[in-house]
Design a protein around this ligand. Structure first.
Ligand SMILES: [Cu+2]
Length: 162
């Protein structure tokens, strides 16, 4: 009950913040990205089923990306935690995942590989939401994933910058 009220409040805030947005991108049907001018608002969700609701996120180079990660499940962050990690181009995906397993103290971002990460959220548990803001990198296709141990097999996708 408490969680659904919180979710409603967050949704209301989100709707309120976007109330003046009459410039929605109606051409994209498969993504949950709303682009307005130089800003892209991305909402990515995952529940206890260990899946992101999108496998592709599209933004434009130089846009300010406001990315919200919603954990729609109920399980605790220590058991079913999720984060969003955007890797720089050329980073070895499997190598990063392996190193991340041992980096619990730093939200599963290995301290020695900070420069391989373009943007990331903290780890959230069921009912929690986190928003980050970053500048979209140069045009190209980048990997995103959840670096919580054992998740990236399913929780990964392409972050496409046009
Ligand atoms: Cu996860």
């Amino acid at each position: 009950m408490k969680k659904s009220i919180l979710l409603l409040a967050v949704t209301a805030m989100f709707l309120g913040a976007c109330g003046n947005n009459s410039n929605k991108d109606t051409t994209s049907t498969n993504t949950k990205t709303v682009a307005t001018g130089n800003e892209a608002v991305v909402t990515l969700s995952s529940g206890d089923d260990m899946k992101f609701d999108q496998s592709e996120i599209k933004v434009k180079a130089g846009q300010t990306v406001k990315l919200t990660l919603k954990h729609t499940g109920n399980m605790d962050a220590t058991i079913m935690g999720h984060n969003f990690v955007l890797l720089a181009s050329g980073v070895d995906f499997d190598g990063f995942v392996t190193a991340a397993m041992g980096a619990k103290a730093t939200d599963y971002i290995p301290a020695s590989m900070q420069s391989d990460v373009l943007a990331h959220t903290k780890v959230v548990g069921g009912g929690e939401t986190v928003t980050i803001e970053f500048t979209a990198p140069a045009a190209g296709t980048y990997d995103f994933l959840c670096s919580f141990p054992g998740h990236s097999g399913l929780m990964k996708g392409k972050f496409i910058v046009e």
